[in-house]
Design a protein around this ligand. Structure first.
Ligand SMILES: Nc1ncnc2c1ncn2[C@@H]1O[C@H](COP(=O)(O)OP(=O)(O)OP(=O)(O)O)[C@@H](O)[C@H]1O
Length: 206
């Protein structure tokens, strides 16, 4: 995969971001910029605004915020809730996500499922999968991704220790290829790669 960034080398930029949910201002004056090769971990206690921030950065929230956000490159957002359709199999779920990209083959889909440990589960109805296997179906999208920027909300939820290590390895590979990753997580990352950390504090302090 070759990755092209914006003209100033940025994959994402937001300036003076203020986020309001309900009656509460979650934070204000937040500046974030992502360059090729960066991994940013967003931290903070429950309710601090991590999911809200990622959704705004992904362009999924149309109101409730002020500030300027520039997204010069395609991005992949994977939220913390399961996007897996229960009536479809893992193979059908992934195929649905890449629908419209004629150059993805069924073998690519199966290879992505194998990389997240789901070889042999391709055609099992998704409602028969465990919580961690559901999560892995979602995360298999990373192996098919051509988007330079990944925004991942709690990617390690329900994932076992080996799965977490594989994901960390995948993030580092993506960053080394010139991509960037923003992820939320309550747990410390163990990857041997420079990490930028952003702590959100409930009440608005950054
Ligand atoms: N649609 C909404 N309307 C009103 N308030 C909301 C909405 N979505 C989120 N909130 C509130 O915004 C705050 C931040 O929520 P958010 O989900 O971004 O936090 P978080 O840091 O991701 O939390 P967690 O670690 O528990 O996942 C919470 O107080 C939540 O109740």
């Amino acid at each position: 995969m070759s990755i092209t960034s914006g003209c100033d080398g940025l994959l994402l930029q937001c300036s003076a971001l203020t986020l309001v949910r309900g009656e509460r201002e979650l934070f204000s004056g937040l500046d974030v910029s992502l360059r090729p090769g960066e991994v940013l971990q967003v931290e903070g206690e429950n309710g601090a605004g991590k999911t809200s921030l990622l959704r705004v950065l992904a362009g999924l929230a149309r109101y409730g915020y002020e500030g300027e956000i520039t997204r010069p490159v395609p991005l992949l957002y994977i939220g913390h809730l399961s996007a897996v359709k229960e009536l479809l199999t893992p193979r059908e779920n992934l195929a649905w996500h890449v629908d419209g990209h004629a150059d993805y083959r069924d073998s690519d889909v199966c290879a992505a499922l194998a990389k997240v440990g789901l070889a042999g589960y391709e055609d099992v109805p998704s409602h028969q999968l465990s919580a961690g296997q559901h999560r892995r179906v979602n995360l298999a999208r990373l192996h098919l991704s051509r988007q330079p920027l990944w925004l991942l909300d709690e990617p390690f939820t329900a994932i076992d220790r080996d799965g977490v290590a594989s994901l960390e390895h995948l993030f580092v590979s993506h960053a080394k290829r010139g991509g960037a990753v923003v992820l939320t997580s309550h747990q410390p990352l163990r990857m041997e790669y420079p990490l930028t950390r952003l702590m959100l504090r409930a009440g608005g302090d950054l």
